[in-house]
Design a binder for this molecule. Sequence first.
Ligand SMILES: Nc1ncnc2c1ncn2[C@@H]1O[C@H](COP(=O)(O)OP(=O)(O)OP(=O)(O)O)[C@@H](O)[C@H]1O
Ligand SMILES: [Mg+2]
Length: 243
Amino acid sequence: MAFLELSNVNFSAQDRVLVKNFSYQYEEGKTTALVGPSGDGKSTVLKLSAGLLVPNKGEVSFRGKNIAHMNHKENLEFRREAAVVFQDSALWANQNLFEILELPLRIHFPRMTRKEREERIDQVLKAVGYRKELGFRPSQLSMGEQKLIAFARAIICRPGLLFLDEWTESLDDSAAQRLVRLVRRHQEEGHTVIFVSHDPRLIRSLADHVLMIMGGELYAKLTRDQIESDEDIARYLEQGITA
Ligand SMILES: Nc1ncnc2c1ncn2[C@@H]1O[C@H](COP(=O)(O)OP(=O)(O)OP(=O)(O)O)[C@@H](O)[C@H]1O
Ligand SMILES: [Mg+2]
C-alpha cells in the first residue's frame, strides 16, 4: 500500500486549472523536493498532498485511505502525523506565540499537563533558536521569526510527515542551518519530508527525489543521482527557471 499517493489529481480555482493530471507516490522515509517556476503550482501541489485542498478530480490517499473521505478520528490522526510550514507562515493573528504553539498540543495530546506543554514549547523554541517574548502576536515578529515559529509549531507534535513550503526564505544563514539540522534529524529518524525550495544547495543536500512542476503538471521526476549527473538539471538548479 502506498504511503502517500496522488492519483490523477486535478485542481481548479476560479475557473483556472491550477493542477493537471498529477500522479505521484511519495515514498515513506524519503525526502522529496518540489521545484519549478514561480506561480506554476508548487504550493498548490503541496497543499493537495497534505490534504488541505481537495481535488476536483482524482484523489490523494494516505496509507490507502482517501484523505477527503476520512472520518473525524482518521482525520485527527492524519493531522497529528502530517504537519505543514506554510509559505506565508500562516500564524493566527489574534493569538500570542504561546497560544499558537500550545493549541496543537491541546488538540492532539489532551492529557498533557500545562507543565508538560510548557516544557515541550520551551524545547521546540530552543531547537529553532527563537529566544524572544512569547506574549508577542505574529504581527510583532519579523518574517524570519514568523518562519521559526511556524517551524516550531510544525514539529511540536513530532510528526512523521513534514511539509515545508519555502521554509528557509527570509532566514539568515545560521537560522536556516539550524532548521536544516532539524530536518536532517527528522530524516535520520526515518521520517518523511516533502518540501518546496528554490535553493539548489538545499535541494541537493536534502532531497532523495525531485519533482519538477511546470504549468501545474508533473514535468519530470528525478532521483538524487540524476540531480547530480544531469547537466540540464544541474544548470536549472544553479540558475533557476525564468518563467
Ligand atoms: N485559491 C486560488 N484561487 C485562484 N488562483 C489561485 C489560488 N491559489 C493559487 N492560485 C494560482 O495558482 C497558481 C499556482 O500558485 P502556487 O502558489 O501553487 O504557485 P507556486 O509554484 O507555489 O509559486 P511561488 O514559487 O511563487 O510560491 C498561481 O497562478 C496562483 O495565482
Ligand atoms: Mg509557493
